[in-house]
Ligand binder design. Structure first.
Ligand code: DAK
Length: 256
């Protein structure tokens, strides 16, 4: 499929989903969110083993489209909120690892889409934050839940209450991004990371991701119980046998 404001491109098993509305700094409107949902579905069906989310031009995603949102009624705001949540949830549940390549502004809903990815790498000129408070609203696509988990309660409260726009280094210091690289190195770093992730055994990778995602569900106790079951389920798979045999035999594994 093809879309006007989203591109899905492939390099081997690595899919790159680019939000492509550079005139609006890739702000998310309904059309773009729907296209992102469809592109994620297509990437999963086609068997992506890693997925990169990024933005065209100078921005990652400058947030939800404020021009669209400004006159929404409560009911419309609710439907709008649900659509964005669906995309964030699809990123979180994507069956392979996802990386946000934060090439520029990542504000509001853009920061939330980055947080729904597994990993975040930022260009050093990027600015990141949940700025909704200054528009008289709160984050609507998960930041009140995902941000505290990433950066801790105190820092999340400061960021959301003050609408702080962090530079990439500060975002890394608080744990909001995992790595900061020079602007002109972002593409290469992302390519290398995505390729490495895609080379790992896919079923074990997906199982690890699902198990880690359990930390967001219920208590730590239920998460550990989930991990135990997930761990056991990998024994007897081809990749488990092959990975361990290869180690013992001192050779490279040949994963499925
Ligand atoms: N929405 C719509 N258009 C945007 C936009 C946005 N978020 N951000 C930028 N643009 C547009 C600008 O209006 C401008 O369009 P034209 O005037 O050329 O038509 C174009 O992009 C270029 O922007 P600027 O001229 O402003 O460019 P600058 O380099 O001077 O400044 C900036 C870049 C990113 C610093 C600035 O544009 C800016 O501050 N933008 C707003 C960033 C922001 O506050 N983002 C958070 C949006 S709020 C919810 C559901 C969802 C959400 C909340 C609740 N519920 C259902 C409860 C999510 C909320 C958000 O994401």
């Amino acid at each position: 499929m093809s879309w006007d404001t989203v591109r899905l491109e492939w390099d081997g098993d690595v899919a790159t989903l680019t939000v492509d509305r550079p005139d609006a700094l890739n702000a998310l409107n309904i059309e773009t969110l729907e296209a992102m949902g469809e592109a994620l579905e297509e990437a999963a069906e086609e068997g992506a083993r890693a997925l990169v989310l990024t933005g065209a031009g100078d921005a990652f995603i400058a947030g939800a489209d404020i021009k669209y949102m400004q006159d929404l009624s409560t009911a419309e705001g609710e439907a709008w909120g649900a659509l964005g949540h669906d995309v964030a949830d699809a990123l979180e549940a994507f069956p392979a690892p996802t990386i946000a390549a934060i090439n520029g502004y990542a504000f509001g809903g853009g920061c939330e889409m980055a947080m729904a990815c597994d990993l975040r790498v930022a260009a050093e000129s990027a600015l990141i934050g949940n700025t909704e408070i200054d528009l008289g609203i709160i984050p609507g696509w998960g930041a009140t839940q995902r941000l505290p988990r990433l950066v801790g309660d105190e820092t999340a409260r400061r960021m959301i209450f003050l609408g702080e726009r962090l530079d990439a280094e500060s975002a890394a210091e608080v744990g909001l991004v995992g790595e900061v690289v020079a602007d002109d190195e972002l593409e290469d770093v992302i390519d290398e990371l995505a390729t490495r992730l895609a080379s790992k055994p896919a079923f074990a990778m997906q199982t690890a991701k699902q198990a880690i995602n359990q930390t967001h569900e219920g208590s730590q106790e239920s998460g550990i119980a989930y991990e135990k079951r997930a761990f056991a389920s990998l024994f007897g798979t081809h990749d488990q046998r092959e990975g361990m045999s290869a180690f013992v035999e001192d050779r490279e594994p040949d994963f499925e």
